[in-house]
Design a protein around this ligand. Structure first.
Ligand SMILES: [Zn+2]
Length: 382
């Protein structure tokens, strides 16, 4: 399961301010800054706006432009997974436009994603004073009010590649087991995507009781999910070690897919690849799949749901996830892991899935769906 609540930074559109011609030097520097900003050369834009401001220190329009340049520079770092540089630029932006709600929201999201709940709450408080009805603010308030109690009495521990936050009721054995599996996922799933991020990913482990609280209004069949952090409910009773490994491989795949595509993967591909990674733990049950195919209950490729709210109920979710798995298996078996990575990277550049498939697979998106149908029937039907 993959859930993506967090506002991924806001890139402010180029609603720049022009400075009057009464101050020639300031005017020229500002104009240059505006040009660089439109070419997304943020560093140069910032330098020029700063020079303009030196010439005309009280000019509010130049201040607004400089704040805009810092915000967008920060957004770029955020997108590229460099939170420290992103925070630095967003905070600089606020010096010149302290009440810019977009920048404030960016900061709240960033601190939240990086587990600094204190800082997230600090900027939330400031934002509420400025505009309590600003879009997205209430959602953050909700999330923080659920999160802080769980993470306040929590233990933090680290592995080489993960930061693990767990509530006190999670026992030592479960914790050390999870640590081992996470590092296995890092290397096994990482080899498939040829991607080994240096920054630590946060994993939150819940005892069952706390997990219910953090789930909020998510569908009841959601067990674990990824929303920038991997969240796992630990239940000794409900699932075996192998099942826990599948969950972790699944969620870690979401982390890598989001990292490569910058959250631009269609639902079937995202879930399909995550489910495909489960087969690194143990193969999918062929009879389970055959049964599904032979009943011909699959959803036509071009009618697959595009977001989770369209998936109603456990039974349908089970069927769909099998279909997502079969789609991803076909993609990997026929075209290879390298092509899958190329597709994800194209998506990461904001390209449309239909165009990406045409370019990388040399066939239309719908033909891919049809070929897949033939493949599963020939491979799996009795
Ligand atoms: Zn998933």
């Amino acid at each position: 399961m993959f859930r993506f609540f967090t506002v991924i930074g806001v890139f402010l559109s180029l609603n720049v301010s022009y400075v009057g011609a009464d101050d020639q030097k300031a005017y020229e520097y500002n104009q240059k800054g505006v040009e660089y900003l439109s070419e997304k050369k943020h560093r140069l834009a910032i330098d020029n706006f700063k020079k303009a401001l030196q010439e005309s220190p009280d000019n509010e329009k130049i201040k607004t432009n400089l704040a805009l340049a810092y915000n967008n520079y920060g957004f770029l770092f955020q997108k590229n997974g460099q939170p420290i540089n992103a925070v630095d630029n967003f905070e600089k932006s606020l010096k010149y436009a302290p009440e810019n709600m977009y920048t404030l929201i960016n900061l709240i999201g960033l601190y939240y994603d990086n587990n600094d709940m204190k800082q997230a709450a600090y900027y939330l408080e400031i934002s509420e004073k400025i505009d309590p009805n600003f879009p997205g603010l209430k959602e953050f308030k909700n999330k923080l009010s659920k999160e802080v109690p769980v993470e306040k009495d929590s233990k933090k521990t680290e592995t080489v590649h993960f930061l693990i936050v767990s509530d006190e009721k999670v026992d030592v054995n479960s914790l050390s087991n999870v640590k081992i599996i996470l590092e296995q996922a890092y290397s096994r799933v990482g080899s498939f995507y040829d991607l080994f991020p240096k920054e630590k990913l946060t994993v939150v482990l819940y005892s069952e009781k706390d997990y219910d609280k953090s789930l909020g209004d998510a569908p009841y069949w959601v067990m674990a999910f990824f929303d920038g952090k991997i969240r796992i409910p630990l239940s000794e009773k409900k699932y075996s070690k192998n099942f826990l490994r599948r969950i972790i491989y699944h969620e870690y795949t979401h982390a890598l897919v989001r990292y490569i595509t910058k959250a631009n993967a269609p639902l079937w591909l995202n879930e399909g690849l995550a489910t495909y990674s489960e087969s690194f733990v143990s193969p999918m049950d062929k009879y389970f799949l055959k049964d599904y195919i032979n009943r011909r209950t699959f959803v036509p490729f071009n009618e697959l749901p595009s977001d989770y709210s369209q998936i109603k109920g456990q039974a349908w979710a089970n069927l769909l996830y099998r279909e997502f798995f079969l789609l991803a298996s076909f993609l990997v078996d026929k075209y290879g892991a390298g092509t899958v990575k190329d597709i994800l990277e194209d998506l990461g550049q904001g390209k449309d899935i239909i165009k990406v498939f045409e370019k990388r697979l040399q066939l239309s998106y719908n033909d891919f769906g049809e070929n897949w149908g033939k493949y599963v029937f020939s491979k799996l039907s009795i």
